[in-house]
Design a protein around this ligand. Sequence first.
Ligand code: PBG
Length: 321
Amino acid sequence: MPPTHRPRRLRRAEPLRRLVRETRLHPAQLVQPLFVEEGLDGRRPVPSMPGVDRLGWKEAVRVARDLEQAGVGGVLLFALPGRKDAHGSSAWDPGGVAARAIAALKADTTIPVLADLCLCAYTDHGHCGPLRADGGLDEPATLEAYGHVAVAQARAGADLVAPSGMVDGQVRAIRAALDQEGFGEVGVLSYAAKYASSFYGPFRDAAASAPRHGDRRGHQLDPANAREALREVALDVEEGADAVMVKPAMPCLDVVRAVRERFEVPLAAYQVSGEYSMLVAAAERGWLDRDAAVLESLTAIRRAGADMVVTYFAQEVAAWL
Ligand code: PBG
């Protein structure tokens, strides 16, 4: 007797597989991170992320135009300031690299500009906000500073601000600051469920944002916890987040799925630097088929429930799709 149920009938040939495919990738769902470095002319490679460069602002505008042409959904901007201090004050300097890069991108393209909002790349100690005398994060001062940064980014033209510091109350503080300064239409994409992950290693090279001492386990999520991530998302939605993010993506597909099932707001997942570098390094050694592995990883993140995927492969993948 042949088996009654033969699911393979639908997998016999690519046209049939295409017909029954549940998940599709589209460039509009992808967001490309950009690292803009103050004073840089052209590009400078990031050693731990082959294929990713820090960009001067003019180069960033050129890249953004290409991304727009390719139909990529947005850019997520990280800025590397020329000057750091204990408070990270160049983050909200209207003449600073972030504000100028945002304005330049908005002047020359229509691609949505999402501005990463944290202070770790701007403080000389590398923590996500100013510190107390005992070395802990000064939370009230940090929230006040985040408000200044959000307003500066909005004034420069950012479409969405994306707070990534995992400081309690940051979404409420940012929403209030934006509303008070007349930026009620600028949205907040919150890195709501951001884990204290070792997969951010290469990024700290790219953004020069490693803490000088200590780590971020005091405020980012413990990778052992999933229910706690749902609590974080619920709080951020209540505080006014327009969209939320889970990060890193592949190590947290269960969290992506759980957030998708419980919340209605758009959901982003961030395929972080370590995920990128693992794929690239294995492909360089001939251990993985780069293109196939990249597509499979992004498809898996979408299948888990992410509406948007932040990925260093966005530009490359958009060209294939
Ligand atoms: C800054 C920030 C980090 C990343 C995005 N925003 C680093 C960190 O929290 O240590 C990581 C992104 C990546 O690894 O690609 N708060």
